[in-house]
Design a protein around this ligand. Structure first.
Ligand SMILES: C[S@@+](CC[C@H](N)C(=O)[O-])C[C@H]1O[C@@H](n2cnc3c(N)ncnc32)[C@H](O)[C@@H]1O
Length: 466
């Protein structure tokens, strides 16, 4: 590619990023290049280079973007995708709303709705909850950047793949079998309004506020600045107390501090979602310790030098004075673990989680203790939550990998250990305090040990792992 073409390509990427939010790096860039090739053929430009030159004028770019959209955006979706989240939506939003019967419509927005599978799933849930009461006022707005996707959603015609996770009993109730596929029944389609809409630049029509906003698997493709813009916009469209559902891998952790005056994270079993605060005064902020008090460091010193009963005595006194101190309780839990008193250690973690439900470290410590007790399912659940709350916790990835290995999911275990490895390598470069650096290097060594090829061979041979 000539340097001129490279410049054109980066201009195009910049303009697309402004328009769509997508940064087009790595695999996304390959998708873009293949779209450019296809489009060049269709407009009879001999090559991708020629097409890049041809597309440059402003008005042509605006028109061409519409044609590129279906190729450069991922419309993957299906009915009852992330079914646990759908159940959470029912439990924490729909049912409480209906039981309080607030005398106003229940309003939901599905932002980035692709071909309509998500908003129709929501519609099924609502209609079922209403026991098919036709008059109850509900409004479901479904929007997507791509007008062609919106047209398809309005047509409501699906193939078998789209309904693969749909509970079978809904098939006859909400779909009509046609020669070309399964068509959404009018009782459902009339409940959903579809409109083209760009999350980055426009207010949806009809406007909010909404009781629930689903924006799943959309922000994952955005650059950081665009995620921020879209989130501010989404939050502004929620009623106080309203709920934002993102995709399961779209953690807001990096943004939670900025957003903590307007949003709080909540957990329903393993599903995390965000609730708009009723008033800013409830802001919790982050609860991580800022390095620890000198008393805590003194006790840590006792632990490091194996003076465990002395440490325990000091911790008992400190906890009696400050029963809600997460730092003291977690330290005591680690002493209990060293003493093999796993249940006592777990009680401390549970107390911390009760007082500070989003304390990632408490979740990790509890997962470690449950692992030692052989309570694997609980260990796995707490490990997942830890990573949701803090995806940059290398020890948590390490532990998660071990739990996956125990489940004999060796590929996923390796991926988890690789994540830990990457985080630890970065941390070892940053860490200047010798003691902390030693901890990081120890963890790195155990990570490398797990990633040794003979370990995975042993694993797939079916022999027991340590
Ligand atoms: C992977 S689909 C997600 C569909 C559905 N939410 C789900 O989780 O199954 C992502 C959708 O986001 C849409 N999208 C991408 N950028 C957008 C933007 N800036 N504004 C609105 N929608 C956008 C895409 O067109 C695509 O249909």
């Amino acid at each position: 590619m000539s340097s001129e073409t490279k410049r054109r390509l980066s201009r195009l990427r910049r303009r697309l990023r402004q328009r769509l939010g997508v940064a087009f790096r790595g695999p996304q860039l390959d998708i873009l290049l293949s779209a450019l090739d296809k489009r060049a053929g269709l407009v009879r430009e001999p090559s991708c280079e020629d097409y890049l030159r041809w597309i440059e004028p402003g008005d042509r770019f605006d028109k061409e973007v519409e044609h590129l959209l279906p190729w450069v955006t991922n419309h993957e979706s299906f009915f009852y995708r992330h079914a646990e989240q759908v159940a959470t939506f029912r439990r924490v939003s729909l049912e409480p709303f209906l039981s309080e019967s607030r005398g106003r419509p229940f309003r939901v927005w599905s932002a980035g709705c692709a071909h309509g599978e998500e908003p129709y799933t929501i519609a099924i849930e609502i209609v079922e909850a209403l026991d098919r009461e036709p008059r109850w006022p509900i409004e479901i707005l479904a929007t997507d950047l791509d007008p062609q996707a919106i047209d398809r959603a309005r047509r409501g015609l699906y193939d078998a793949r789209a309904v693969r996770a749909l509970p079978r009993r809904f098939l006859g109730r909400y779909f009509l079998a046609e020669p070309r596929g399964l068509r959404i029944a009018p009782s459902l389609s009339e409940r959903v309004t579809f409109e083209p809409h760009n999350l980055l630049s426009e207010t949806p029509r009809p406007e909010g506020p909404f009781d629930v906003i689903f924006c799943r698997n959309v922000l994952i493709y955005f650059g950081a600045a665009e995620v921020n813009r879209a989130l501010d916009h989404l939050v502004s469209q929620l009623v106080p107390g309203g709920i934002l559902m993102l995709g399961p891998v779209e953690s807001l952790r990096g943004r939670l501090e900025d957003l903590s005056s307007s949003l709080q994270i909540e957990l329903d079993g393993e599903v995390a979602y965000y609730r708009r605060r009723v008033s800013g005064s409830q802001a919790e902020g982050r609860r991580r310790g800022s390095g620890g008090s000198s008393e805590v460091s003194d006790i840590e010193q006792l632990v490091v030098t194996d003076r465990l009963s002395e440490a325990l005595g000091r911790l008992e006194a400190a906890i009696a004075r400050q029963p809600r101190s997460a730092e003291h309780r977690l330290l005591r839990s680690s002493v209990f673990r060293r003493l093999g008193r796993y249940e006592a250690g777990a009680r401390d973690c549970v107390a911390v989680i009760r007082d500070h439900p989003l304390h990632a470290e408490a979740h990790r410590c509890l997962s470690e203790l449950r692992t030692r007790q052989g309570r694997w399912d609980e260990a796995m659940a707490f490990s997942r939550r830890t990573l949701y709350l803090d995806p940059e916790d290398a020890s948590a990835w390490l532990l998660f990998g071990d739990l996956l290995e125990h489940r004999r999911d060796f590929q996923a275990a390796t991926r988890a250990w690789m994540n830990a490895h990457e985080l630890l390598e970065c941390a070892s470069g940053r860490e200047t305090l010798p003691e902390r650096r030693r901890v990081v290097l120890d963890l790195l060594a155990s990570c490398q040990d797990r990633l040794r090829p003979d370990r995975s061979r042993r694993a797939s041979d079916g022999r027991a792992l340590s």
